[in-house]
Unconditional design. Structure first.
Length: 495
């Protein structure tokens, strides 16, 4: 295989490109799109045995052979995210418009770190960002940037919050001078069910995870506002300096949405940066019947939203939105070879100054193609259908004698336990559900998540798939029963 076969721009390369795309698409259709079960049940050891050939052989095996090999060893043993019984995590079935956009942006290979590397992409990303700011009713002057997802967006929100506070409180330019001596007193406040990336961000920002103070939740798994008031008063009394309040719009386990309206008031009262992690629940803004659950998000200082969850786009794709785009200045920088100051003065678009990444994919194309193809109304209907399915699934579990429903769903996660009969204590139930989950993955007919609620191992389904039906849920629960009975028999034998 010569160099001209490997790159576009020559007759041989163009022909090879067309053939590679055809073969790769065939492999996906025949392997990924053609399966009855969401997983084959292969163990880590069995998967590892498939990859004993050299990763970097002296001579290549050829493109056809390489594609066939990947189809057999990787695609065939990947989790089938479009299978209606694949419901473990916030891992959505990607919609066809997003897959088409993924192919286009990958082939174009634009990098969003300078206009001359991605001219049309740079302009389009800004257009999509402006539309997203409008979707969440952020004011004129709002801005944003695409990210890899909620982890990066949450980090960036707290980065800007920290820098603003240090500038206001201590006259400190953190970008140039580093953290002030008083940094040990800085605190971030969030609920006890906020995403772990809030603590991760505090670590990466040099504050340490202990700088994150968590607030108890109420019976609906939302931040308890009375407890928040007590927490803020206690921090003040002890000389701590809270600088950011994080509200969650869609917790990972229960899909709970914090009372954003009330959190906005507390943030204003205490002069806190208000960041909303809407990585999961942000898609409610597309709906007619549920958008009001996000009331208050329009007053947030920053917002994290993911498109590879309830917007049904291929991983990875997220956005960080900023109420006042001028706040990006605290992290901006110019490099002579990339985005010289003269470009800023001349009006050349400059996205790298808003991102913690340099080289960055044109991920904005995915929601753009999807929005244009599908439209807000139909998008909203897709989201609403999964919320309705979660309610129906919860009712099914509640009526079953061998399952224990742990909470009515807020979005489309349903948390439950397999409890086959009365009189089984929580310790045994915890071991049983842990063993059941292991058996499920080995079985492969259903992919269900595990979590811990009140110290007891529990099961969780995240019903993101708009094509799934209540019959699919019932079939999935039958698989859970099968594995549960086997797990219980094994526990009773070894007890």
């Amino acid at each position: 295989m010569s160099a001209t076969d490997l790159f576009l721009g020559s007759e041989a390369g163009d022909a090879a490109y067309r053939e590679a795309m055809r073969r790769a698409t065939e492999a996906v259709v025949e392997t990924v799109a053609d399966g009855d079960a969401p997983y084959t049940g292969r163990s880590p050891e069995a998967l590892a045995e498939q990859f004993d050939a050299p990763v970097v052989p002296e001579g290549g095996v050829g493109l056809d052979a390489a594609i066939d090999e990947v189809a057999e060893t990787v695609l065939a043993h990947s989790v089938a995210t479009s299978n209606p019984r694949c419901s473990a995590h916030l891992q959505c079935p990607p919609m066809v418009p997003g897959l088409a956009a993924e192919a286009m942006l990958t082939a174009a290979n634009q990098s969003l770190d300078s206009f001359d590397q991605a001219p049309a992409a740079t302009v389009l990303e800004q257009r999509v960002v402006d539309a997203l700011c409008g979707l969440f009713d952020l004011p004129s002057g709002a801005d944003g940037v695409f990210t890899s997802g909620g982890t990066q967006s949450n980090f960036q929100g707290l980065l800007l919050a920290r820098d603003r506070y240090c500038h206001r409180a201590f006259g400190r330019d953190v970008q140039a001078e580093g953290l002030p001596p008083e940094a040990d007193s800085l605190r971030v406040v969030c609920s006890e069910t906020a995403h772990f990336t809030v603590k991760q961000a505090a670590h990466h920002l040099g504050l340490g995870e202990d700088a994150v103070v968590t607030v108890p939740t109420d019976d609906g798994h939302q931040m308890d506002v009375a407890a928040l008031d007590r927490t803020l008063a206690d921090l003040t009394d002890r000389g701590r300096r809270p600088f950011a309040l994080v509200g969650t719009a869609g917790t990972t386990d229960f899909g709970a949405v914090d009372p954003l309206d009330e959190l906005v008031d507390r943030a204003a009262e205490h002069d806190l940066w208000f960041h909303v992690d809407a990585a999961y629940g942000g898609a409610l803004a597309l709906t007619d019947d549920h958008a009001d659950r996000l009331s208050g998000i329009e007053l947030a200082d920053s917002v994290a939203v993911d498109f590879h969850k309830l917007f049904y786009q291929p991983i990875s794709c997220g956005a960080f939105l900023l109420r006042d785009g001028e706040n990006f200045r605290s992290m901006a920088r110019n490099a002579a070879y990339l985005n010289p100051t003269a470009h800023d003065e001349g009006g050349v678009p400059n996205l790298v100054a808003k991102s913690v990444q340099t080289t960055r994919r044109f991920d904005a194309l995915k929601p753009y193609v999807a929005f244009r193809a599908v439209g807000r109304e139909r998008f909203g209907t897709l989201v609403e259908s999964t919320l309705e399915l979660a309610d129906d699934a919860a009712a099914l579990l509640n009526d079953a004698e061998d399952f224990e429903l742990l909470s009515d769903p807020t979005l489309n996660t349903v948390v439950f336990r397999y409890r086959p009969r009365e009189g089984i204590g929580d310790e045994t139930v915890s071991r049983l559900n842990a063993a059941l989950r292991r058996r499920l993955l080995d079985d492969g007919r259903a992919v269900v998540a595990r979590t811990t609620v009140d110290g007891v191992t529990s099961l969780k389904v995240t019903l993101l798939n708009p094509t799934a039906t209540l019959d699919d849920v019932a079939a999935m629960l039958d698989v859970v029963r099968d594995c549960g009975r086997d797990a219980l028999a094994e526990l009773e034998v070894t007890a």
